[in-house]
Each structure stands twice: as structure tokens, then as C-alpha cells.
Design a binder for this molecule. Structure first.
Ligand code: RP5
Length: 170
């Protein structure tokens, strides 16, 4: 059987600065991934062919990032029954155009839509990893450890704040 991986698509290379947050999360969790620049509008056949091929090769879930009239996640969801996560990218109208284009899917063709921008890019990767972890106990353990580290980091920041308050530094 081929190795399980997460397939990431973005509509333009201009989405990459935001989507680097997804790559960083997947790398930190040791999750295999592929990344493609492919557009629902500019390269429709290229997008469709990649999704069908990636699906056959073992893609567990798809992350799709696009801005403006963001139809990439919907187009991908139409070509696969694997989970599709949409990341709305802010390039105009504060990203609201992309959010609504991504989230407002017709019944039967779901796209799990995350927040606009960098937080969404991060959460898309966590969500994809969590989907993969349902059938991968070692990955699930790494995700739990990551969550614990995040919790510890916030508590450490709070302790530093309490210390600064006590010393009259803030
Ligand atoms: C979308 O249009 C892309 O995902 C990008 O967010 C936006 C602008 O694309 P470029 O004109 O920068 O290539 O399809």
C-alpha cells in the first residue's frame, strides 16, 4: 500500500507565504505531504487530474487555499470523497469573499472551512493531521504531545506576566 499523505493545493504562488504555516505544522508532526499550485479557474483540468491521482495514491485529506472567488476547495471536493479542508486567503475584501466562497457549499459536497489567513492555515494542518491520526496511533500521540506543549507555553507566559505584575513592571 502507498504511504498516506496530505495533499495541499493553493490557487496561486501568492498564497504560499500564508500556507507556509500549514507546511510547518505538518513537518513538526512528521506528517507526509505534497504541495501543488493549481487553480480552480486558471487550471481546471490540471487540478482535477491531480486530485484524482492523489486520491488513488493515498491522499488522506486535501487542504485547499485560495483567495477572491475561492472555488478551489469546492472544485476539489467535487472530485473526491476524501475530507477537504478549505483555507480562505485574504487578498481582497478582508478575505470575506474567499471565506464565503469556500464555506457556502451546497449540501452533499462538504468543505470543512477554517479561519481566514495564517490561523486557518495552521488549523487546516492540525485538522488534517487529526483526521490522519484516527488510523495512526503514533501520530495521535505526537498531536497530544503538541497540544500539551502549547498548553505549557501559555501557562509559562502567564507565570511570567504574574511575575511582572508583582514587580510593578506592567
Ligand atoms: C486566487 O486568486 C488565488 O488563490 C489567490 O489567492 C488569488 C490571487 O491570485 P494571483 O493573482 O495573486 O495569482 O485564485
Amino acid at each position: 500500500m502507498s504511504q498516506a499523505f496530505i495533499a495541499i493545493l493553493m490557487g496561486s504562488d501568492s498564497d504560499l507565504p500564508i500556507m507556509k504555516a500549514s507546511l510547518a505544522v505538518l513537518r513538526s508532526l512528521e506528517v507526509s505531504f505534497e504541495v501543488k499550485i493549481s487553480s480552480a479557474h486558471r487550471t481546471p483540468s490540471y487540478t482535477h487530474d491531480y486530485v484524482v491521482d492523489a486520491d488513488k495514491r493515498g491522499a488522506v485529506a486535501f487542504i485547499c487555499a485560495a483567495g477572491m472567488a475561492a472555488h478551489l476547495a469546492g472544485a476539489v471536493a467535487a472530485a473526491t470523497t476524501k475530507p477537504v479542508i478549505g483555507v480562505p486567503i485574504e487578498s481582497s475584501l478582508d478575505g470575506l469573499d474567499a471565506l464565503l466562497s469556500t464555506v457556502q457549499m451546497p449540501g452533499g459536497i462538504p468543505v470543512a472551512t477554517v479561519a481566514i489567513g495564517k490561523a486557518g492555515a495552521k488549523n487546516a494542518a492540525y485538522l488534517a493531521a487529526q483526521i490522519m491520526a484516527v488510523a495512526d496511533a503514533e501520530l495521535a500521540t505526537r498531536i497530544i504531545a503538541d497540544r500539551a506543549a502549547s498548553c505549557a507555553a501559555v501557562i509559562e507566559k502567564d507565570q511570567a506576566l504574574q511575575e511582572m505584575l508583582k514587580n510593578g513592571e506592567v
